[in-house]
Design a protein around this ligand. Structure first.
Ligand SMILES: *Cc1c(COP(=O)(O)O)cnc(C)c1O
Length: 396
C-alpha cells in the first residue's frame, strides 16, 4: 500500500502548508488490518500489541477490540497505556527496570511481568512482598534462546541467539526455575516463558522460532501455563505491497497450539500491526541539481521520520502533484526522472528516499511517505534543529 488511501490523500491535499508536515493515520484501515490478523489467528493464541511501535492513544484504542492486551516496556509506557486503554491486560517487560517502575506496575495491578535477569526477579519479589502481599504476581521469564537451523539469519534486528543484554541466558534456567517453584518467592507465580528473539522475520521463520521456543519451554520439565513467542513479524519496506503471511502463520500456530493443549500461546507484534496505517505527508520546498543528481528538499525530515535513517532504507512514498503555485517567483522543478527526497536538517543523513521515480516533481507538490505508522514519529529526534512539529490527524 504505497499509495495513500483516499481519505488520507484528501486530507493531505486539503491541509494548508502551515500544517505540514503531517502524520495522517487511517484508523479505519488499521481496524480492518487488525481484524484480519485476529481472524486468521487461532482463538487460543493471544495477541498483545507491543506499544513501543506506536503508542498514540488513538492507535491503542483502535486496536482495542482485536487485541487481548498490550506489552509495555517502561514505566512511561505503563502509565500512558493504562490511561489510554484503561482496564486492559498489560505485560510489563524490558531490560533495566527500576524499582520505581516495578512498584508502579505492581500498584497498577499489572497481570504479567517479563523478567529479564536474576536481579530483576529478586527486585520484583522484594517489591511484590511490600506492595502486593495478598496477591501472587504473574511472572514470565524471558530467555535469550539460540534457536535451531539459522531461523534468525534473515532478521533485520536480532535480540536473541547471540550475546545481548536481553533476557536470561538459557544456562541459568535450572537455577531460576528452581527458586521460582520451591517456595522461595511466595508472592510470585511462574506462569511461563517469554522470548522475543528477532524482528523482520517472515512467516515460515517466525513459525520455526515459535516451535523452538515452545519445544525448549516444554522441555524444562516444569509445568507452565503460557509461552509468549514474541513479535518481530516482518514489514518489507522495499516491497510495501507484500505483507507478512498472517494466514500461514495462523495455520502454523494452530498446529503448535493443538500439540500443546495445556499452554496458552501468545504473540506480541508491534510493527506489522501498525506500520501500514500511517503516512508522513509534506510538501516539496526546493528542487536542485548537485553533481549530476537531483534533490528535492521537503518540509520536515528524519527528525520526524527517522525510520529510513535507522533502518537504512528508502521510505516508500507517493507524489501528489499540486497545480497551483501561489508565489510570484519561479517554481523549481526536476528535469530528470529520478529525485532524491531529503529533509530540512543540515546533515547528509537527512535522507528520506533516494532516486524516487518522480518526473517533473515541482516545489509545492506534496509527498506522502507510507509505512510510517510504526517506529516513525516516536523514535525520531524531534528537537534537533528546532523545526516545528508536524500536525497529527486520525481519520476514522
Ligand atoms: C519491540 C518488541 C516487540 C515488538 O517487535 P516488532 O518488531 O515491532 O513486532 C515485542 N516484544 C518485545 C519484548 C519487544 O522488545
Amino acid at each position: 500500500m504505497t499509495d495513500p488511501t483516499l481519505a488520507v490523500r484528501d486530507r493531505v491535499l486539503s491541509l494548508p502548508p502551515i500544517e505540514l508536515p503531517a502524520y495522517v493515520y487511517d484508523l479505519a484501515a488499521l481496524r480492518e488490518h487488525a481484524a484480519y490478523v485476529r481472524s486468521v489467528l487461532p482463538e487460543r493464541v493471544e495477541l498483545y500489541y507491543a506499544a513501543k511501535a506506536n503508542p498514540e492513544p488513538e492507535i491503542l484504542a483502535a486496536l482495542g477490540p482485536y487485541v487481548d492486551g498490550y506489552e509495555v516496556s517502561s514505566g512511561g509506557e505503563l502509565a500512558h497505556v493504562a490511561k489510554a486503554v484503561p482496564g486492559r491486560p498489560l505485560a510489563f517487560g524490558g531490560p533495566g527496570k527500576t524499582p520505581d517502575e516495578i512498584r508502579a506496575a505492581l500498584e497498577q495491578g499489572v497481570e504479567r511481568f517479563h523478567v529479564e535477569s536474576a536481579h530483576d526477579l529478586r527486585m520484583l519479589a522484594g517489591l511484590a512482598r511490600q506492595v502486593a502481599p495478598d496477591t501472587r504476581v504473574g511472572v514470565l521469564l524471558r530467555f535469550n534462546l539460540a534457536v535451531a537451523d539459522g531461523s534468525l539469519a534473515g532478521s533485520s534486528l536480532a535480540m536473541g541467539g547471540r550475546p545481548t543484554p536481553f533476557g536470561l541466558d538459557p544456562t541459568q534456567a535450572p537455577d531460576i526455575m528452581r527458586i521460582l517453584t520451591d517456595g522461595t518467592y511466595p508472592h510470585l507465580e511462574l506462569r511461563g516463558i517469554h522470548a522475543h528473539l528477532a524482528s523482520g522475520l517472515d512467516a515460515p521463520e517466525q513459525l520455526a522460532v515459535a516451535r523452538s521456543i515452545v519445544d525448549w519451554a516444554t522441555g524444562l520439565g516444569v509445568p507452565l501455563a503460557e509461552v509468549n513467542v514474541g513479535g518481530g513479524m516482518a514489514v518489507d519496506y522495499t516491497d510495501p505491497d507484500s505483507r507478512f503471511d498472517w494466514r500461514a502463520y495462523g495455520e502454523g500456530m494452530a498446529r503448535l497450539a493443538d500439540a500443546h493443549p495445556e499452554l496458552t500461546l501468545r504473540i506480541e507484534p508491534g510493527r506489522a500491526l501498525t506500520a501500514y496505517c500511517g503516512w508522513y505527508a509534506t510538501e516539496v520546498l526546493d528542487v536542485k541539481h548537485s553533481h549530476g543528481e537531483e534533490f528535492a528538499v521537503v518540509r520536515g525530515g528524519t527528525h520526524h521520520l527517522r525510520t529510513p535513517a535507522t533502518k537504512g532504507h528508502d521510505q516508500p512514498c507517493s507524489v501528489l502533484a499540486v497545480g497551483e503555485w501561489p508565489h510570484p517567483w519561479p517554481r523549481p522543478a526536476a528535469d530528470g526522472e529520478r529525485v532524491s527526497l531529503t529533509g530540512q536538517l543540515c546533515t547528509p543523513k537527512d535522507l528520506l528516499a533516494r532516486n524516487v521515480h518522480a518526473p517533473g516533481l515541482r516545489a509545492g507538490d506534496r509527498v506522502a511517505f507510507s509505512l510510517a505508522g510504526a517506529y516513525a514519529w516516536n523514535i525520531s529526534h524531534h528537537d534537533f534543529l528546532m523545526h516545528p512539529r508536524p500536525s497529527f490527524h486520525f481519520l476514522n
